[in-house]
Design a protein. Structure first.
Length: 226
């Protein structure tokens, strides 16, 4: 069971089944940002889709049993980390999928898909919808715990925010005894999180070391005094 990683929406006018054309991606930056925030918050809370972690929702004008259903397209055995779900929509909504005005309705459909097919005793419909609502209402101010380090005296947390431009805007907070805020620091905007590998915490400073990969080889640690 892996926490959810990604939510994407597509569109089609025909059935999404083997041998037929694949649905087209919905080009809508504002919607993509909201969907990413929803996935971030659900992932933080430990929500899982089961044995896959990407969900692709096809918004289609083709008749769908029950309005929402798993796709009839076979699971790709070479890319088993995603699944297709179908949601029947009106022609009117279909015509607005490239504009911000569709976002409230699409988010409502997403909530229906998640609660109908992935609600569990451990993570029920109420918890799912609370995450969706927080992502929508908090927007750029939504905080998601990304990294955390605790020492004998202090606790350092890197929170993620996700901007309307589609970038990460991390926030560092260090807490002392009884969760007294000792340090709060906005960290650099980033397209990726390669600069945020591990946290080292002492009584006098906190150090954020980059990930160990080819993309972070030229990145220096970030050090902050307490």
């Amino acid at each position: 069971m892996r926490p959810i990683k990604d939510i994407r929406v597509y569109k089609s006018l025909s059935e999404n089944a083997d041998g037929l054309p694949m649905p087209a991606g919905v080009v809508n930056r504002e919607l993509a940002v909201v969907l990413h925030r929803v996935a971030m918050k659900l992932s933080e809370k430990g929500f899982t889709l089961g044995d896959f972690d990407h969900i692709y929702i096809d918004l289609t004008c083709f008749p769908t049993e029950g309005g929402i259903a798993p796709s009839k397209r076979s699971i790709d055995r070479y890319h088993s980390w995603y699944r297709w779900y179908e949601a029947e929509v009106s022609r009117e909504l279909y015509g607005t999928l490239e504009s911000p005005e569709c976002i409230p309705v699409v988010i409502e459909i997403l909530g229906q898909v998640l609660t109908r097919f992935f609600s569990t005793a451990e993570f029920g419909s109420e918890a799912i919808l609370a995450c969706v609502n927080e992502a929508v209402t908090a927007g750029e101010d939504m905080l998601v715990v990304f990294r955390e380090k605790t020492s004998a005296r202090n606790r350092a947390v890197i929170y993620l925010r996700y901007t309307d431009s589609g970038k990460f805007f991390p926030l560092l907070r260090v807490y002392g005894g009884e969760d007294e805020l000792m340090l709060e620091k906005d960290l650099p905007l980033a397209n990726s999180l390669d600069a945020y590998g591990t946290i080292q915490l002492s009584a006098k400073e906190v150090t954020i070391k980059p990930r160990k990969n080819a993309f972070s080889s030229d990145l220096a640690p970030m050090i902050f005094e307490l």
